[in-house]
Design a protein around this ligand. Structure first.
Ligand code: ATP
Ligand code: MG
Length: 442
């Protein structure tokens, strides 16, 4: 891809309305464009990052045996009346009437819809467990949409739902998602801490929020620092080992605002490990038993008896994660963004120096691309006539992790290669490809 042909509408300055780094950067580098309050279009750079996040989220859901479906964004109010939430959900729900005057709504979440799908199709406990998920736009008419796509009205969410015959099996499902979340956030290069959380309007009695630490986060958290060192690597998809995994985290006091109790915090956490700080909620899992299956009459046959299924739900803010990664990775001191390799819009930027219209460095850049394509390295060549320093400044904002600089001194087989944030090295294209592809494996 040539920069001059790409659709990356860069802004000269930070837009005044953006108060936090991710919002500034996403507008400035043309990742998103606001279309109305809390509603955004995703432009190529932002969309590429979001799609890569989505792919990782999807792969980790598939690994625990969840099956992907796609439910609509517009739902009928009927099923929400059945669960009792049509009234309870309040003004965050966008209510719509169709031409027959039927009450419809833009789904803020999908417990009702998925319960309806389940109850009409599954009749026997022998089909359990069922783990279903979809990745779909949601709408919540937030009172104060702010911080760009971090708290917006229309956002992209992965939501999964589990159906089991009893509490024990349902907790097994819950723990599978707990593991999938740890793995997902790890692949995104984020340190997301599971914290005991309140269940809010979803209801139920067991819940964890996955939080990444950031000063700009809206969640207040109270945690024992030792939770950061808990390892989650070698866990099998098996009841006992998953229970132990969750247990390892739950050894340490770690809660959000609503669950905070000062006495407990002081009693349970030695002073040197106490951390009161802020974070961004990127995922939230709930176990709520028969809260929806009972009022919606969703049951299976178990040894001649009707049993209401036990359900949980599991959300990841796919679009919020784009902003959350910026908040976590942006280097304030150096004023440099660097995307984790797993989600970067491109693997590598090729930055040729163009002197008074002399395009020979662009030709050198084009010569490199055959090797890059052969080894699946995704690149963008900056063929614009901006000054070299302007280009470097621009790429420091865009955050592509590797840069190949082609200057006037670039002779023979070697190029100036920068792993952003580190010193540059002179390397040939084979060495460069090797380093880039190695970093994709990590
Ligand atoms: P919050 O406390 O941030 O308002 P929530 O608890 O209402 O979120 P959930 O119902 O748990 O949200 O939704 C699952 C995930 O969807 C959240 O963990 C978050 O990552 C994302 N999410 C929720 N609301 C928004 C929003 N308004 N904009 C962007 N992402 C959101
Ligand atoms: Mg939540």
């Amino acid at each position: 891809m040539f920069f001059s042909k790409s659709f990356i509408p860069i802004l000269k300055n930070n837009p005044a309305e953006a108060k936090i780094k991710s919002h500034q950067l996403m507008l400035r580098t043309g990742m998103i464009k606001q279309s109305s309050a809390g509603i955004y279009s995703w432009l190529p750079l932002g969309f590429k990052v979001m799609k890569k996040i989505e792919k990782i989220v999807r792969e980790e859901q598939d690994k625990i045996g969840a099956q992907e479906i796609l439910m609509p964004t517009i739902q009928s109010a009927e099923i929400w009346r059945e669960s009792g939430r049509y009234k309870d959900y309040g003004e965050e729900m966008l209510r719509i009437k169709d031409r027959q005057s039927r009450d419809m709504l833009y789904g803020p979440t999908n417990e009702e819809l998925v319960t309806d799908i389940f109850r009409t199709s599954v009749k026997s406990y022998k089909s359990l467990p069922q783990l279903l998920y979809h990745i779909q736009w949601k709408f919540r008419d937030e009172l104060r949409p702010r911080f760009g796509i971090m708290r917006c009205r229309e956002f992209y969410m992965k939501d999964a739902y589990s159906f089991d015959i009893n509490d024990d099996e349902a907790l097994f499902s819950y723990n599978k998602f707990f593991l999938a979340y740890l793995k997902t956030f790890k692949r995104l290069n984020l340190s997301a801490i599971p914290m005991a959380a309140d269940t809010g309007p979803i209801g139920g009695n067991l819940s964890h929020e996955f939080i990444i630490l950031a000063d700009t986060g809206e969640s207040k958290i109270y945690t024992d620092k030792r939770i950061f060192d808990v390892k989650s690597d070698e866990t099998k998809l098996q009841k006992e080992s998953l229970k132990n995994l969750r247990g390892e985290f739950e050894k340490f006091y770690s809660v959000t605002d609503e669950k905070y109790n000062e006495k407990d915090f002081n009693d349970k956490v030695p002073e040197e490990f106490r951390l009161k700080t802020k974070g961004i909620e990127v995922g939230h899992i709930f176990y709520f038993g028969d809260k929806y299956s009972k009022p919606m009459n969703s049951s299976v046959d178990f040894q001649g008896k009707k049993e209401f299924v036990k359900m949980g739900s599991y959300g990841v803010g796919v679009s919020r994660l784009v902003g959350a990664i910026i908040e976590a990775k942006y280097d304030d001191k150096k004023e440099i963004m660097k995307w984790p390799m797993s989600v970067s819009p491109y693997d590598c930027a090729i930055i040729p120096l163009i002197n008074k219209g002399d395009k020979k460095n662009i030709d050198k850049a084009i010569n490199l691309t055959k090797k890059l394509k052969e080894h699946n390295v995704d690149y963008i060549i900056d063929d614009t006539e901006e000054s070299f320093s302007a280009k470097m400044k621009k790429f420091n904002l865009i955050g592509i992790p590797f840069q190949i600089i082609i200057g006037n001194k670039t002779e023979g087989d070697n190029f100036e290669f920068i792993n952003v944030g580190n010193d540059s090295k002179n390397l040939n294209i084979d060495e460069i490809v090797k380093i880039i592809n190695q970093s994709k494996k990590n």
